[in-house]
Design a protein around this ligand. Structure first.
Ligand code: NI
Length: 176
């Protein structure tokens, strides 16, 4: 496995639409493993292919539900890893929630973004098999942020407020 170079704004690839993945070969497996390693190293809870300069419909997400809750501080919560290939959001909740997001490709900025509280996604796994998943809460936020990346959309496009967190302010919640 190897770390991949993360690209930053204003790198044009971050604004491009991506292409569906059609080959589920060995190279793809290596790429996915590299993306997981790069996400963990960053560290982030998600990484989309355009963020490593590849125009592909591929993202990885790894997050432990509840890891940002105060009551879970210091606890090792089980993390869930998802590989999303050619993902599509098929259902969204009417309920929306506001949360603070950041992005590995936009260092030093965070923003307040409204997202659907719950979504249903259909995608392919790393072997090309289709699956459907319902996610809510913070996991749904991460999924929406990553799927936006695959359409050239960044959190700053949707944010109602964007700011640079100061060091002593504990407002930063980097997403990917
Ligand atoms: Ni991002």
């Amino acid at each position: 496995m190897a770390l991949r170079q993360i690209v930053y704004l204003p790198e044009p690839i971050l604004r491009k639409k991506t292409k569906p993945v059609t080959k589920f070969d060995k190279d793809l497996q290596v790429l996915i493993d590299d993306m997981v390693e790069t996400m963990r190293e960053a560290p982030g809870v998600g990484l989309a292919a355009p963020q490593i300069n590849l125009p592909m419909q591929l993202a990885v997400v790894e997050y432990a539900e509840g890891e940002d809750d105060e009551e879970n501080e210091g606890k090792e919560l089980p993390k869930k890893l998802y590989v999303l290939i050619n993902p599509e959001i098929t259902k969204v909740s009417d309920e929306k929630v506001v949360g603070i997001e950041g992005c590995l490709s936009i260092p030093g900025l965070v923003g307040e973004v409204e997202r659907h509280e719950a979504i249903q996604v259909k995608a392919l796994n790393r072997h090309g098999q289709p699956f459907k998943i319902k996610v809510n809460g913070w996991m749904a936020r991460i999924f929406q942020h990553e799927i936006d990346h695959l359409h050239g959309v960044l959190f700053t496009d949707k944010a109602t407020r964007v700011w640079k967190p100061s060091e002593d302010e504990n407002e930063e919640t980097p997403l990917d």
